[in-house]
Design a protein. Structure first.
Length: 137
């Protein structure tokens, strides 16, 4: 892992697994530095990172705290990338908010991730959604 970093732009990449490699390579092609975060300390994206943080994507508070410890001006952080549509999306929105990056509000992401709450809001706003059936035991 490289430690010498010029005043280049940074992307925070949530996940360094195989599915993230196309995003990581695209960023590297544009000469953007990467802060890759993954709970797997052997993930394939690690070797392409300027900084690697071995943290679960479910722990947004720890991710934010560890990024702040890096000697990087917040002005150089231009975004957060992630290929997940699950819980990592919530982490992404919290990191974006903390570093004043454009993105979704964490509260809205929480509503979308909760299928019951999402369906309820759709119904309240006259948006058609499939009927939800309780599981039969």
């Amino acid at each position: 892992m490289k430690t010498k970093v010029q005043k280049k732009l940074f992307l925070i990449c949530l996940g360094g697994g195989k599915s993230q490699i196309p995003l990581i390579k695209a960023a590297k092609k544009k000469k953007i530095n990467l802060i890759i975060i993954d709970r797997n300390k052997y993930c394939p994206g690690k070797k392409l990172a300027e900084f690697f943080l071995n943290i679960s994507l479910d722990n947004s508070k720890k991710i934010i705290k560890e990024i702040q410890k890096l000697k990087i001006s917040p002005k150089l952080i231009i975004g957060v990338i992630n290929r997940s549509s699950g819980k990592a999306s919530l982490t992404m929105s919290k990191v974006q908010k903390r570093f004043k990056l454009s993105g979704s509000e964490p509260m809205m992401v929480e509503k979308i991730l909760n299928k019951n709450l999402f369906s309820k809001k759709c119904i309240e706003n006259n948006i058609l959604v499939p009927r939800i059936f309780d599981k039969i035991s």
